[in-house]
Design a protein around this ligand. Structure first.
Ligand SMILES: Nc1ncnc2c1ncn2[C@@H]1O[C@H](COP(=O)(O)OP(=O)(O)OP(=O)(O)O)[C@@H](O)[C@H]1O
Ligand SMILES: [Mg+2]
Length: 273
C-alpha cells in the first residue's frame, strides 16, 4: 500500500502503534509502546535522555526495525523496512542535523534528490513550487536564491520542514526543531508547526522544551526508560510533566506503597508475636 494522494479526513487516525519494542542486543530501548497520531494534530514526544525518543523516531523513519509490536498506517499494518518505504507510506522525518547543503540555495536544497521529472530539472518550475510552498507556510525567507549558509537557524529549520512537505506526507516527525534557536526564531518555528498542522498533516514533535511543547501540542506523550509513562493535554502543568518525565510522581507513589507494605509487615509481625 502506498499512501493515498488525497489528504486524510481531519481527525482520522493515520498512525497507530501497539506494543512496539526495540532491543539492541541486551539493551531494551523501547518496550510495549502505544502511540496514536491523527490528521491535523501535533503529538509531542518527550522524555529524559535515553528515554527512547530517537529510537522511536528511527523505527518510524524505517531506519531501525522494531523487535516486537505492530504499526498501522491509515488502518493498514505496515513494515517500515527502509527509509524509502516510510516515505512512500507518507511518513517524513526532519532529523536534528537537518542535512542541508550550505553552499546551495533554498530551491536547490528543497529539491535535492527529488528534482521534478528525470529530464526536466526545470529551474523555473522548481522556483515557483518553492515560493508557493514557502508562502503557504508564511515562511520568512528573504529569497529562494539565497544560499543556506546565509540563513538563520530558524530559517534553516523552515527550509528543512518545507523540503519534507514537498512529498505531501501524512505524518511529519520533527526531532528537536527548536533546540538550537533563540526566542524569536523558536516562535517562528512554532508558528510554522501550527501551519503544518492546519494543512492536515499529523505532526510528531520531539522536544526537551516543555514551554514549546505546551504551546503547540494537542497531546503530550511521555516516554520514560523506553516505556509509555502517560499521555497528557497541553494544559498539564510544567511540574506534572516533569514528574512524569523524571519518574518523580512514580517515586512518591512507590515510596508511599513501600511504606504501606512495611507497616503491614510490622502489623503482621506484631499479631504473630
Ligand atoms: N544503536 C544503538 N545501539 C545500542 N543501544 C542504543 C542504540 N541506539 C539507542 N540505544 C540505547 O537505547 C536507549 C534509548 O536511546 P535514545 O537515543 O532513543 O534516547 P533519546 O530519548 O533519544 O535520548 P536523548 O534525549 O539523549 O536524545 C538508550 O539506552 C541508548 O543507549
Ligand atoms: Mg535522542
Amino acid at each position: 500500500m502506498n499512501h493515498p494522494t488525497t489528504a486524510p479526513a481531519p481527525g482520522a487516525l493515520i498512525l497507530r502503534l501497539r506494543g512496539v519494542g526495540k532491543k539492541f542486543g541486551a539493551v531494551t530501548a523501547l518496550e510495549d509502546i502505544d502511540l496514536d497520531v491523527h490528521a491535523g494534530e501535533v503529538v509531542a514526544l518527550v522524555g529524559d535522555n535515553g528515554a527512547g525518543k530517537s529510537t522511536l523516531v528511527k523505527v518510524l523513519a524505517g531506519v531501525h526495525q522494531p523487535t516486537s509490536g505492530t504499526i498501522e498506517v491509515s488502518g493498514n499494518p505496515v513494515t517500515l523496512d527502509t527509509p524509502g518505504r516510510a516515505l512512500e507510506l507518507g511518513i517524513a522525518t526532519v532529523f536534528q542535523d537537518l542535512a542541508l547543503c550550505e553552499n546551495l540555495d533554498v530551491v536547490a536544497n528543497l529539491f535535492l534528490g527529488q528534482e521534478i521529472g528525470p529530464w526536466a530539472m526545470d529551474e523555473v518550475q522548481m522556483e515557483v513550487r518553492a515560493w508557493t510552498l514557502l508562502q503557504e507556510l508564511a515562511a520568512r525567507i528573504p529569497s529562494v536564491r539565497e544560499p543556506v549558509a546565509s540563513l538563520s537557524g530558524g530559517q534553516r529549520q523552515t527550509v528543512a520542514i518545507a523540503r519534507s512537505l514537498l512529498l505531501e506526507p501524512q505524518i511529519i516527525m520533527l526531532d528537536e526543531p527548536t533546540a538550537a534557536l533563540g526566542v524569536a526564531q523558536t516562535a517562528e518555528v512554532l508558528n510554522l508547526i501550527e501551519r503544518v498542522r492546519a494543512r492536515g498533516h499529523g505532526v510528531i514533535l520531539i522536544s526537551h522544551n516543555m514551554e514549546d511543547v505546551r504551546a503547540v501540542a494537542n497531546r503530550i506523550v511521555v516516554l520514560r526508560l523506553g516505556r509509555n509513562n502517560g499521555v497528557f493535554t497541553a494544559d498539564t502543568s510544567h511540574q506534572e510533566l516533569v514528574a512524569a518525565i523524571t519518574g518523580a510522581s512514580e517515586n512518591s507513589v512507590s515510596r508511599r506503597a513501600a511504606r504501606k507494605r512495611e507497616d503491614m509487615k510490622r502489623e503482621d509481625m506484631e499479631q504473630i508475636q
